[in-house]
Design a protein around this ligand. Structure first.
Ligand code: PNS
Length: 147
């Protein structure tokens, strides 16, 4: 059973994240979405609301599970028996960040990170962009999965 943990703060979960999970499902038997905590970011939506949203999005997808975790991503991966970490890359900036996380996670645990390039049409979408629109009560329906 090939399992991948897809970690992130998902504050909120976007159609870019959704696309990575869907494409991850063609590579892995199970994708576990891990809602973690980025110590450098102050969260906007409470963890319970983020969990609920993501659970609703994948309610009909048997090969997806959603968990919340505190602490290190590799510890969550081990707990969930995921042999891989799955992440999406949109840009050169993402690449540098992903490279150092992947190196650190591999060194700490032996767990490999699998990176998927985001589709070009989603490359501009970020949770921070969606948060900004939410703050000003703008339409975000084209940026987040419909549930
Ligand atoms: O939404 P993000 O910012 O892409 O998510 C980043 C996240 C939560 C995956 C990252 O900050 C993380 O792994 N946090 C847990 C702490 C950890 O494991 N740090 C070591 C990785 S170098």
């Amino acid at each position: 059973m090939k399992r991948a943990l897809f970690p992130g703060s998902f504050d909120p979960f976007t159609i870019g994240h959704y696309d990575i999970v869907k494409r991850g499902l063609t590579l892995f038997d199970e994708v576990i979405i891990g809602i973690g905590h980025n110590a450098d970011k102050h969260s906007y939506l409470p963890i319970d609301e983020r969990m609920e949203r993501v659970k609703r999005i994948f309610a009909d997808e048997k090969k997806v599970r959603v968990v919340a975790y505190d602490g290190l991503t590799v510890d969550c991966a081990k707990k969930e028996q995921a042999q891989f970490i799955l992440r999406g890359v949109r840009s050169v900036q993402d690449y540098e960040y992903e490279r150092s996380m992947a190196d650190a996670n591999l060194q700490m645990s032996g767990i490999e990170t699998v990176l998927l390039y985001s589709k070009s049409e989603y490359a501009y979408i970020s949770s921070s962009l969606v948060r900004d629109l939410m703050r000003y009560n703008k339409d975000i329906s084209h940026l987040v999965p419909t549930v």
